[in-house]
Ligand binder design. Sequence first.
Ligand SMILES: N[C@@H](CCC(=O)N[C@@H](CS)C(=O)NCC(=O)O)C(=O)O
Length: 221
Amino acid sequence: MDYELFWVSGSPYAWRVQLALGYKGVPYISRRMDSAQLADRSPAFLELNPRGKVPVLKTGHGTIYESVAIIAFLDRAHPAVPLFGQTAQEHGRIWQRVSEFENYMRDLFALEIVRPLLRGNAKDDPDAMRASASRAYDALGWMERALAVAHYLAGDDLTATDIIALPNIQMLPRVAARPEAIEMALSLEDLGARLPALGAWLSRMETMRGYDAAYPPHWRS
Ligand SMILES: N[C@@H](CCC(=O)N[C@@H](CS)C(=O)NCC(=O)O)C(=O)O
């Protein structure tokens, strides 16, 4: 049975899972939802994920939610193209990098920068936005240093770390190109200008297998 993936366009967490499926070449049935359907929290959807969030993967043996857990599941179920390494050493290093991103960067990017700009309330506190942007650059410096000595975030092979970090990072320049972000001088619209190794990684990631198919459809127009 094919997997079924429930997702919304532009969700960085759903996008991660689509990248992992595409990179591994695993087919799935797309169950795209719109934001209104998601907000509706229908009993049928809450049965799939009681937290009412996407992504959700229906596997034929049940459902899995939480993007990182879904990617770990896919890696175990489809090991031919590994995302969490081959050796114990690689496995630990990749999980370390994933955990660093999830614990110290994701919410800074998603909640302090992307969310206020998408919701239109960023200009309520420009100083706070500028402070968050500066902290985002500090956090991205970690990646710049890693990428100055390796092609990918956890070494010279593409791993779960890259797939997990990419969507949240790609949202930064997108929202930072909005007029109010430019006006506040957040300076996140061209990451590669200040962080060349990160810029080269972003270009490299755009050539990965499955990238185009996973690209948020509403970003294309
Ligand atoms: N930690 C979750 C986050 C999932 C998440 O926040 N999804 C958002 C879309 S970006 C969502 O479904 N929000 C709907 C809601 O909270 O009602 C994961 O990694 O899967």
